[in-house]
Design a protein around this ligand. Structure first.
Ligand code: M6R
Length: 598
């Protein structure tokens, strides 16, 4: 689970004889391993345990703030994901009762509240009733796991607006924020409903709502490959995932074009519903947002309806005009991003139809959406998105084509032709992976850099944004993506001798004007001393005189070019990161894979 948070890590184990032992450490999981070696593994022996890797929200990443948190009497251990919004009054209440809190987290209150509920009052001596009483007092978003020293054979777990999956083994059970936690042990999983609780024993579990009434949940089988969640010979998950991009795109496209028609996933909007749509909103965050920008270009071009795009965290705060003829396309690799989930909820409350593009089976965003189109990129562990991004672009294009088909804005043979071009992409990405070595050489020749600019026009602009984001995330270097035409309106003032500027050049076989304009932009920045890293199609000779370095990509149509042009930028960011001494590119500082807080 470390890819979800690596500010600190900890584990608590019930020894079965009335005690809970714990080890925790700030920093990555390796620090916890060292701590466990110090205290001796035997001191953490037991059959019931809870562990946590933290992404700090309240309180700095320190040993004291690491989870699990223990109650004042040493009997209760908890781990928490999310934010307990009313922690301040609860903390004040505990302090007034003479309990001193040892961390700055919002989470610790849950441990003390549970111990108090178990030690006194109506719920005394009743672990389950005590847990339910605490859960009913908490506001905000939380996945909580409770363990009590006097009940070493059980864990009580609950979720509200943050993920929780139960893995059902033989004589053993697992709880995780996602299935990667336990696919090594079982493929049988159960996704809990919102506001529900699971009481877990080694060979059985019981589901209930926060009021104690019976709850249900849908079991599912995990189809992800275990090998896909391991590094497979690469030195990082991210490098492995970059190399998996041909299959990520291929698998995402598979099965979506039959007998001359675009086919959606099982949970889909009907052709009639799609026909009725007269505007689209795209909501997403980070790389998913960049893929959404490409959805806008494609849908407006193919379907001729207006598409607006919004970073999900802004969407519901600006009162967008939505109605039942609006399609909201919610794009999320994890399917758990809180900002995107809230945008989905807002869209639904306004009567819009929501179609999720998601990589994670059974996650919350698809569950709450009217329809879903799954990307089949497999588990993405590297925090910086690579294969999921490419798969999202492919899936967004499927959505665009399905809309064009339903609304009749493209003839079937035109749709078939576009789909053919899309299906040719995986082989081209495969070919392009060979650019890794030359791109790494460029990164080495660049030397120390403080900032880097990325320029693109048309569909090259989202690629520029994605390239800049990868560099920021991995190398911690300031980077910005601009539409190349915007340069002269301000950013050109940043150009100075030796400043590296990446330029994504559209195909000269596409819109001629677009190509010639960007060639002029490269000349302008070269004239001001910048070093240019030019990404251009094979055979595009017009750019050669202005490129300090030239990276060639295979020919494709203009709209498909982002699926290729992004790949060298991923290698570039990863290698610059290594040159800067950031070896662990899978876990960039301050980030987490799934951001389940708003
Ligand atoms: O799981 P999601 O696709 O909803 O995540 C959205 C962003 O948090 C994610 O794309 C993030 O920007 C990545 N770190 C980018 O590399």
């Amino acid at each position: 689970m470390e890819y979800r948070g690596y500010d600190s890590a900890g584990i608590a184990v019930a020894d079965g004889q009335g005690a809970i032992n714990m080890a925790k450490r700030a920093g990555k999981l390796a620090n916890l391993e060292e701590r466990i070696a110090e205290v001796g593994e035997n001191s953490l022996a037991g059959c019931t345990a809870i562990g946590h890797t933290r992404w700090a929200t309240h309180g700095r990443p320190t040993d004291a703030n690491a989870h699990p948190h223990m109650s004042y009497d040493g009997k209760v251990a908890i781990v928490h994901n999310g934010i307990i919004e009313n922690f301040a009054p609860l903390r004040a209440e505990l302090e007034a009762a003479g309990i001193s809190l040892v961390s700055d987290t919002d989470s610790e209150v849950a441990a003390h509240l549970l111990a108090r509920a178990y030690n006194e009052g109506e719920t005394a001596e009743d672990f389950q009733a005590s847990a339910l009483s605490v859960l009913n007092r908490l506001e905000g978003a939380f996945t909580l796991l409770f363990m009590h020293a006097d009940h070493p054979d059980m864990i009580i777990a609950a979720r509200r607006s943050t993920p929780l999956i139960l893995g059902v083994g033989e004589g053993e059970m697992f709880l995780g924020s996602d299935v990667a936690a336990f696919i090594e042990f079982t493929r049988n999983a159960v996704e809990l409903e919102q506001d529900s609780v699971v009481i877990v024993h080694a060979d059985e579990y019981q589901l209930m709502h926060f009021d104690g009434s019976k709850a249900s949940a849908t079991p599912f089988t995990i189809d992800w490959d275990l090998a896909a969640a391991e590094k497979g010979g690469f030195d990082s998950f991210m490098m492995k995932e970059i190399h998996e991009q041909p299959s990520a795109v291929r698998d995402t496209l598979a099965g979506h074009f039959h007998d001359g028609r675009v086919v959606l996933d099982e949970q889909h909007l009907t052709e009639e519903e799609l026909k009725y749509i007269d505007q689209v909103f795209v909501v997403a965050c980070g790389s998913a947002y960049h893929s959404g920008l490409l959805a806008k270009y494609a849908i407006e071009h193919w379907v001729r309806i207006p598409v607006q795009i919004e970073v999900a965290s802004e969407f519901r705060y600006r009162d967008p005009v939505l109605d039942e003829r609006t399609l909201v396309l919610a794009i999320s690799q994890s399917g758990e991003t809180a900002d995107t989930l809230e945008a989905v909820r807002h869209a639904k409350s306004q009567g819009a139809k929501v179609l999720a593009v998601c990589n994670t089976n059974g996650s919350q965003i698809p569950r709450e959406s009217d329809a879903v189109l799954y990307t089949h990129a497999g588990p993405e562990i590297g925090v910086a998105s690579t294969k999921a991004f490419l798969a999202q672009v492919a899936a967004n294009y499927i959505v665009g084509l399905a809309l064009a088909q339903a609304k009749g804005t493209k003839y079937p043979d035109e749709i078939a032709e576009i789909y053919d071009t899309l299906e040719a992409i995986p082989a081209k990405v495969e070919e392009l992976l060979a650019c890794e070595g030359p791109v790494n050489d460029i990164a080495k020749e660049l030397g120390a850099i403080r900032t880097m600019l990325f320029l693109g026009r048309g569909v090259g602009f989202p690629v520029a944004l994605e390239g800049a984001l990868k560099l920021k995330e991995l190398a911690y270097i300031h980077a910005e993506g601009f539409p190349a035409g915007e340069l002269k309106h301000g950013p050109i003032a940043l150009i100075e001798d030796d400043l590296p500027v990446v330029v994504i050049v559209p195909s000269p076989r596409g819109v001629k004007l677009l190509h010639s304009k960007i060639v002029s932009n490269i000349q302008e920045i070269r004239a001001r001393g910048a070093k240019t890293i030019v990404i251009a199609e094979e055979g595009d000779d017009a750019v050669v005189p202005y490129a300090t370095w030239l990276i060639r990509i295979p020919e494709t149509s203009t709209i498909m070019q982002p699926l290729l042009a992004t790949v060298p930028l991923q290698f570039l960011a990863a290698e610059i990161a290594r040159q800067c001494g950031n070896e662990d590119i899978d876990k960039p500082r301050n980030l987490a894979k799934s951001v389940t807080v708003e």
